[in-house]
Design a protein around this ligand. Structure first.
Ligand code: F6R
Length: 244
């Protein structure tokens, strides 16, 4: 539990930069799973700052984003492609071919193959060294809504109404929020060698308590993280306020 989201985000960004530098020294790639939404933005700000001011290079970094709405055009203001470019990729020296984000503009019949290939690409890259997560009020990680199984893999999912309501203001109305998304599965996330789940603000206090202290169950997918051997939950005072 950190005093505020700034100090917490600095800590997470520092851990990521240390991983990148360590892999660089070994002549290896760092494979990083990324999230979108309001939670990780300060982490990305710090990473950009480390790139500009401390010469942190992302040339050896491979990224896999958790999810994307479906359908979604990459140039839409709502797309996670655009989000990642604006918050991180446009400001660092990452190679375009090392960036992976689920494709929201696939034809329906191509989604299955795409998802299988996404899993394969993560595997071929050597697996995720670290996965950064936020958490939804439904307890979702990625877009693994209640009912997602521990073994789930990258796939098309239907978004929970609560998740769509939370996105409604960004989309200027609930009716504009996509009903579906493509997301890494809980099983995909669980295979990461390290997981950092972050949450800020009072609005996340209840779900953080359930995720950390609640019974492990499909109705709160984040509880599956209790099984992970190297997962850290990083919260500010407000998001940690319901923990006992
Ligand atoms: C985003 C994602 C979601 C968000 C979650 C929290 O890529 O996978 O699980 O992390 O919905 O969203 P914010 O951070 O906006 O509260």
């Amino acid at each position: 539990i950190y005093d505020n989201s700034d100090t917490a985000s600095f800590q997470v960004a520092t851990e990521i930069s240390q991983l990148i530098r360590q892999r660089q020294k070994q002549g290896k790639k760092a494979v990083i799973g990324l999230a979108t939404g309001s939670t990780p933005t300060k982490v990305y700000d710090f990473l950009v700052q480390f790139h500009r001011e401390e010469g942190l290079s992302f040339k050896n970094v491979v990224t896999f984003n958790l999810d994307e709405y479906y359908p979604m055009q990459p140039d839409s203001i709502h797309s996670y492609v655009r989000f990642m470019n604006e918050h991180l990729f446009d400001h660092i020296d990452i190679k375009k071919e090392n960036v992976h984000i689920p494709d929201g503009q696939l034809d329906k019949e191509d989604v299955r193959d795409f998802c299988r290939d996404y899993e394969e690409q993560i595997r071929k890259a050597g697996g995720l060294d670290i996965q950064v997560l936020g958490i939804g009020r439904t307890g979702h990680i990625g877009f693994n809504e209640p009912g997602s199984s521990l073994k789930s893999v990258t796939r098309m999912v239907r978004l929970d109404r609560v998740t769509r309501l939370d996105a409604a203001s960004d989309f200027f109305g609930l009716e504009n929020v996509p009903t579906k998304a493509i997301t890494m599965g809980v099983g995909t996330i669980m295979k990461a060698r390290r997981i950092v789940l972050m949450a800020w603000g009072e609005g996340k206090a209840g779900i953080i308590r359930q995720a950390v202290e609640g019974k492990i169950r499909e109705s709160v997918p984040a509880t599956f993280l209790q099984h992970h051997p190297n997962c850290e939950v990083i919260v500010d005072q407000a998001a940690g306020s319901a923990l006992t």
